[in-house]
Write a protein that binds this ligand. Sequence first.
Ligand code: C5P
Length: 233
Amino acid sequence: MSHRDVIIACDFSSAAATLAFLDKFTDRKPFVKIGMELYYAEGPSIVREIKARGHKIFLDLKLHDIPNTVKKAMAVLSHLDVDMCNLHAAGTIDMMKAALEGLTRPDGTRPLLIAVTQLTSTSEERMRRELLIDAGINDTIVHYARNAREAGLDGVVCSPLEAGMVKEACGSGFVTVTPGVRFADGEVGDQVRVTTPARAKEIGTDYIVVGRPITQAADPVAAYERCMAEFAE
Ligand code: C5P
């Protein structure tokens, strides 16, 4: 079953700016991503406020620490009632298993837990030279995705161009969440490996994360509806 949905990256630095942006959406309530900048600026209250307004939330804090610390941090996040959160697969299978345990509520429910494989800002050359990972970047991404699946996680964050190979390796039910999405007639900005919402749908990714093409648009609601029409409907 595909979950296909558009997640808006709310990369704002204050609650006021974020809520003013979300006020524009009077009809449909988009799935939103809260990242480190907003969470560290405003704390858990911004999550509660956005949740209370009826939005689904992807809390993008990319946890990476020893298993016990991540387990306890995830237990705290589970009380925030978000719909999706994430961690770094580089933290090992043990860390990912501990995270799942911490995130699972007493009634057995939990948010989706998604792993970051290699950040798209990490090139193969840097991976080899600085991290001493002597393998191709695609092999590394697939290997980390397999580790995440083995740990029981729901999926990975990856570029849309990697989603196909992750699905092939881990099965079609393994969720892919993909940033790097741009309209065919839009600006690319600092993203390098980009694709359109329509192409992301063809590739078969489950969620696209779209920031500036919506947040910086003259009409953000129209840009969001265009993404939904191209990708999710
Ligand atoms: O504005 P833009 O559409 O490029 O926003 C993409 C969002 O996805 C940002 O919040 C960015 O931090 C996030 N992201 C990304 N690439 C990754 C992981 C996360 O662009 N590999």
